[in-house]
Ligand binder design. Structure first.
Ligand SMILES: NC(=O)c1ccc[n+]([C@@H]2O[C@H](COP(=O)([O-])OP(=O)(O)OC[C@H]3O[C@@H](n4cnc5c(N)ncnc54)[C@H](O)[C@@H]3O)[C@@H](O)[C@H]2O)c1
Length: 337
């Protein structure tokens, strides 16, 4: 039985995620750390059971599907001191009232960055090896490529442009290190010295687009970044260049991108689009130079347990009176995903 001194916690999310976020051994560890009814999950903060549960809780464990935490929650949960989010961004989750009350907010966003960076590394390697084009050609010809058809193939010395030293961007930069890439970075918050420490050369956005073979977008969707790749910027990418977008569709002008892809001048790997999903008649579903996936780069399946672990470790720190390792500061929200 949990002792009375353990923090009282409640889950608030779509319950479908619970078994993958907290498989049995992790759920048992959670029960040793908090006083929690692991069979109860809040879906709607206005229902009677939720209001009763909130009255004496100190910790909300949230996840995808949790309603926005507005002023009413601050009132119904007077002892609430921490929101631990077992998912990514908290921007649309935590309302001003909780920030103003000084509730500590922590997110597993760093854990969610891991599979996005892995997906991106995989796509960079496949694109650099020209695997997508070779597959299309093989389907048509059933023949080995000629030396002329492979002259531009390969990852040795390939130049990769990373836009955004975000959590995903930083993890990707680590994953790129063991390979023979030449890495450029554009991030207005990162200077040349820090970029060099991250294994990249700091450059302007235009310079990155002009010089990269493969451009990978990892900036957040904020007013500054909307359509940061517009018609003029896309035109800077070299003929045959590859654009990888695992960030958000809004960063790219999709009318201009579609023109570039229909013309065959550029190649793209798109995990996110604008709109999402694309209309059924979008040519991007069928173009041979576009590799389109349905927003799967973030945590799925067994990758959710990584997020659950981060939350349980945060809860253990909280119970021991230690500082949290994944706290989100309100002041940073403006430049965050
Ligand atoms: N495809 C998916 O499943 C998936 C999953 C997770 C995250 N994402 C997306 O990946 C992107 C990165 O996520 P994150 O959690 O690592 O972000 P993050 O919150 O860590 O990004 C913030 C950082 O981005 C950088 N940045 C801010 N403005 C910039 C600009 N104008 N140009 C370049 N860099 C800028 C700064 O370094 C800032 O600290 C986001 O767009 C996010 O929505 C997608």
């Amino acid at each position: 039985m949990p002792s009375a001194s353990l923090p009282r916690a409640v889950f608030a999310m779509d319950p479908v995620h619970l078994p993958l976020l907290f498989p049995d051994p992790l759920m048992a560890r959670l029960r040793r750390t908090a006083e929690i009814d692991t069979g109860f999950v809040v879906r709607d903060f206005s229902d009677h059971a939720a209001t009763t549960a909130l009255a004496d809780i100190e910790v909300l464990i949230t996840g995808w599907g949790c309603p926005r935490l507005e002023a009413g929650i601050a009132a119904s949960a007077p002892r609430l001191r921490a929101v631990l989010h077992a998912a990514g961004s908290v921007r649309s989750l935590v309302g001003e009232a909780l920030w103003e009350r000084g509730v500590t907010v922590s997110s597993a966003v760093t854990g969610n960055a891991v599979p996005v960076a892995e997906y991106t590394l995989a796509m960079i390697l496949l694109a650099g090896k020209d695997v997508f084009a070779h597959r299309e050609r093989f389907r048509r010809t059933h023949a080995q490529p000629t030396p002329a058809e492979t002259s531009a193939t390969g990852n040795f010395g390939r130049r990769v442009g990373v836009i955004g030293a975000s959590r995903v961007g930083r993890r990707l930069l680590e994953l790129l290190r063991p390979h023979n890439f030449d890495v450029l970075l554009h991030d207005p918050y990162v200077d040349a010295a820090e970029a060099a420490e991250l294994g990249a050369q700091s450059v302007s956005l235009d310079d990155l687009l002009l010089r990269s073979d493969i451009v990978s977008l990892h900036a957040p969707d904020i007013p500054d970044t909307r359509h940061m790749l517009d018609h003029a910027r896309l035109a800077l990418i070299r003929d045959g260049g590859v654009l990888i977008n695992t960030s958000r569709g809004a960063l790219v002008d999709h009318a201009a991108l579609t023109d570039e892809l229909v013309s065959g001048r550029l190649h793209a790997v798109l995990d996110v689009t604008d709109p999402e999903p694309l209309p059924a008649d979008s040519p991007l579903y069928r173009l041979p130079n576009v590799f389109l996936t349905p927003h799967i780069a973030g945590s799925l399946g067994n990758e959710l347990e990584r997020l659950g672990r981060i939350v349980v470790e945060e809860l253990e720190r909280l119970a021991d009176g230690l500082p949290l390792a994944h706290e989100v500061r309100h002041a940073d929200l403006a430049s965050m995903a």
